[in-house]
Design a protein around this ligand. Structure first.
Ligand code: GLC
Length: 766
């Protein structure tokens, strides 16, 4: 055997490989060894990292055991091939540091690709210019990687995750860039739109007989070529920063998500009211207009829990101010609305107006809280308020300062904060790469901070609200990085009122859920351009179980509150909003499950029917938990839906017809029908008709029971005060219900720590 140019050092949990020049392409710190760590027996970390991660805030303490299977003996040796193993994985490393990871039964899961790479066609400057003149988007060299990991494609992969990218559920054959981008008009498919508002560099690879996941924890600009350039390999690479990726192995997609969220965190339990209906529009610009809006919900017999106030409530778009002419008494407005069961959420942008005498600007300037030019001047660009400066959220002092400002809004009765424009968006060209964020004595350039800017703003907001209110913070953000789920919900940013974007919303939300971001939604009805009755009706149907349930649209587009069209549209809208409210206890149970396991609230069919090849590419149906299947119509003029029902008995929610799954069916879907199916033998908790979510939830719980083949069914239900963190000290109830076909219910308590119990519990058998 030839001798190889590197040495290794093995300890219980990790193996450090000193490979000299071979490693230079992976690390910015010459001399840093490549570490292969067994975080657990099924999670590996492969890195040469010296810097802290923003996603994995507490470095995992490794519990997996790494054993030497094959190599020259001794702790330190020169060898030709090194084989290491945990209880469930086997890692083979060759002389050029190519890795192959197999399961312990010998199945090769993932292997570095060693063949030739496709050369990108080189175009002259003139050719590029000519193509651009005709309107083509040519990405010539913009995504250049400093280093790249290339993995073999075995030909049976389906890829899921990667945050909220465009395209279909399965990301095979796509090429994406992770660079948070304000793009108000995304095309449904790339290649021209490679980046959207969020960067979540995590994906799941489902193969015919195995599944694994990879999280590439690098927040510089990164690129994911999922078999776009070649059918022989896929790759991920970064423009800068260090090598650091995790490999997750398990039996199911759920196992992979659970491991990923164990590292990057899970979305904590939300306040109950946040699961209700939210109404928004860029343009609500006076106290009276907001009061009239709330009254319209009451007059039209429509449930509503939240109204969002966009940038027009501020004084000249200055954050943490209120325009006193248009909103003379925000506290009184919140009080009146609160009595009607409606809460207010206000938008906050990071761009802080340059204006002498404005407290945010002056305090920030005095204390050096803003990003700077390389020469040490405060960096300015333009956002809504005109000339603006950008807070340095990489500094814990700035985050505390920003978070403390939330008190100004909370004291006036505001219940949540919507963070926007935090890619960061800027109107006078993008922030240059070398803008400096001084941090806590750790200056970083914009090219390093860009993808975590929104994440850190969300963290600052979450921590501020938590401290100032003691409640579970409600934050919405547009920009994210891995781990943002701990601090914030997210919406998918600016879409358009077009059918293609309704269709896109389903894979987008499902992939976000599989990327660890469960509390997400799209702008119902579409943000830009004008919606219409049919599109709005189909959008409310498709979104009625979207975790974040908000209708929002742009100034200058047609108003799209549900009563703006005709009676039919209003009736349809009401039906689906009421359906949502009925199942809020089920959604809350799913949030409880998610907070413990990372399981998303809405899930692609492939998550529960992984071995059914028919659902790998199912783009237009989703499951709510594992018991409700929704198959929305997302095309204009279509009144019949081809629905795939996986194995088992499914019960048509509207007709109660029992259907055997494992096949496609044709379901009539006139404009007022969204096909919905309940899995046979399910119990689903429901509320009686309510117009608002009561503090502490409903006094009555209904258990909808759909018997199929079993004589009885069980269900575990979670209840707490739906508001604060008392549950962390055990103040919650866990009920175990058992219902039989006669409607007999037996209840036992798995945990009893919340003094409030239901006044009425009843079973409805369907
Ligand atoms: C951005 C947001 C949008 C908001 C608008 C005005 O476009 O994405 O939701 O309404 O800014 O604040």
């Amino acid at each position: 055997m030839p001798a190889f140019p590197w040495k290794y050092q093995l300890s219980d949990h990790s193996c450090a490989i000193e490979a000299g020049d071979l490693l230079n392409k992976y690390t910015n710190c010459p001399g840093t060894p490549l570490q292969i760590e067994a975080v657990t027996d099924s999670t590996l970390r492969i890195h040469a990292r010296t810097q802290k991660s923003f996603a994995v805030e507490t470095a995992p303490s490794s519990t997996g055991t790494l054993q030497l299977v094959e190599a020259a003996s001794g702790d330190s040796a020169e060898t030709s091939v090194l084989v290491l193993a945990t209880d469930s994985l086997r890692i083979t490393i060759d002389d050029a540091l190519h890795l192959q990871i197999s399961s312990s039964d010998g199945t090769v899961l993932c292997s570095d690709y060693t063949g030739p790479l496709q050369e990108a066609e080189s175009l002259t400057e003139e050719e590029i210019e000519q193509m651009r003149q005709e309107g083509h988007v040519v990405h010539a060299g913009d995504d250049a990687c400093r280093f790249q990991i290339t993995k073999k494609l075995f030909g049976d992969e389906a890829f899921y995750g990667l945050g909220d990218k465009t395209g279909f559920l399965n990301k095979i054959g796509y090429d994406y860039t992770m660079w948070n981008t304000d793009n108000p008009d995304p095309h449904v498919e790339n290649p021209t739109f490679k980046a959207l508002y969020k960067s979540i560099p995590f994906f799941i690879a489902l193969r015919n007989d195995c599944v694994y996941g990879i999280f590439f924890d690098n927040h510089f600009k990164t690129n994911f070529d999922m078999g776009y350039s070649s059918t022989d390999y896929y790759s991920f690479g970064a423009a800068d920063g260090e090598l650091d990726y995790y490999f997750f192995y398990g039996d199911t997609i759920a196992d992979i998500i659970s491991q990923y969220t164990a590292l990057t965190g899970r979305c904590p339990l939300p306040q109950l009211w946040t699961l209700g209906y939210h109404q928004s529009r860029w343009g609500y610009s006076s106290q009276q207009e907001v009061l009239d809006l709330a009254q319209n919900f009451i007059d039209n017999d429509l449930p509503c829990d939240v109204i969002h106030m966009d940038i027009d409530y501020m004084d000249n778009y200055k954050v943490f101010t209120v325009d006193k002419n248009r909103f003379p008494d925000l506290t009184a407005l919140s009080d009146i609305l609160h009595q009607k069961g409606i809460r207010l959420v206000t938008i906050i942008d990071p761009g802080t107006k340059v204006e002498n005498g404005y407290h945010m600007y002056e305090e920030g300037i005095k204390n050096n809280y803003f990003a700077q030019t390389p020469d040490g001047e405060v960096y300015e660009n333009v956002v809504w308020p005109g000339d603006s400066v950008f807070p340095d959220y990489t500094s814990s002092i700035v985050r505390n300062w920003w978070g403390s400002q939330t008190k100004f809004l909370l004291d006036q009765g505001i219940s949540g904060i919507w963070n926007d424009m935090n890619e960061p968006a800027s109107f006078r060209g993008p922030l240059p790469d070398d803008v400096v964020f001084p941090g806590d004595d750790m200056p970083r350039q914009h090219k390093e901070v860009h993808n975590v800017f929104g994440h850190l703003m969300a963290k600052a907001t979450y921590e501020g609200i938590k401290k100032n209110s003691g409640k579970r913070p409600f934050v919405i953000t547009r920009a994210c990085y891995s781990g943002t789920q701990k601090y914030s919900t997210a919406w998918t940013g600016d879409n358009q009122s077009i059918w293609a974007h309704l269709k896109l919303s389903i894979p987008q939300l499902l992939n976000l859920g599989m990327s660890g971001m469960p509390f997400v939604g799209t702008d119902i009805g579409g943000f830009g351009s004008n919606t219409n009755p049919e599109l709005l009706s189909r959008w409310i149907q498709a979104s009625c179980f979207a975790p974040l349930f908000r209708n929002h649209c742009a100034k200058f587009s047609r108003c799209q509150e549900p009563w703006q069209f005709d009676k039919q549209t209003l009736d349809i809208y009401r039906t689906y909003v009421r359906l949502r409210y009925r199942f809020i206890p089920y959604l809350y149970d799913l949030f409880y499950e998610e907070s413990r396991t990372g399981m998303p609230i809405i899930r692609p069919l492939v998550m529960h029917y992984q071995n059914d090849p028919e659902v790998r590419e199912c783009n237009d149906e989703y499951l709510v938990g594992d018991r409700i299947l929704v198959a929305p119509v997302t095309d204009q003029g279509v009144h019949v839906k081809v629905v795939y029902l996986p194995e088992g008995t499914w019960i048509d929610y509207w007709t109660k017809e029992r259907i055997s799954g494992g096949k496609y069916i044709l379901r009539d879907a006139p404009i007022d029908v969204c096909p919905i199916y309940i899995k046979g033998d399910s119990i689903i908790p429901a509320w009686p008709q309510l117009d608002h979510i009561p503090d502490g939830g409903s006094e009555e719980l209904i258990l909808e029971y759909y018997p199929a083949s079993a004589d009885s069914s069980k269900y575990v239900h979670y209840q707490d005060n739906g508001a604060d963190f008392a549950y962390e000290a055990g103040e919650y109830n866990l009920y175990r219900f058992r219902a039989d076909k006669d409607g007999e219910l037996s209840v036992s308590m798995e945990h009893e720590g919340y003094e409030h119990h239901y006044e009425t519990l009843r079973v409805e058998v369907y």
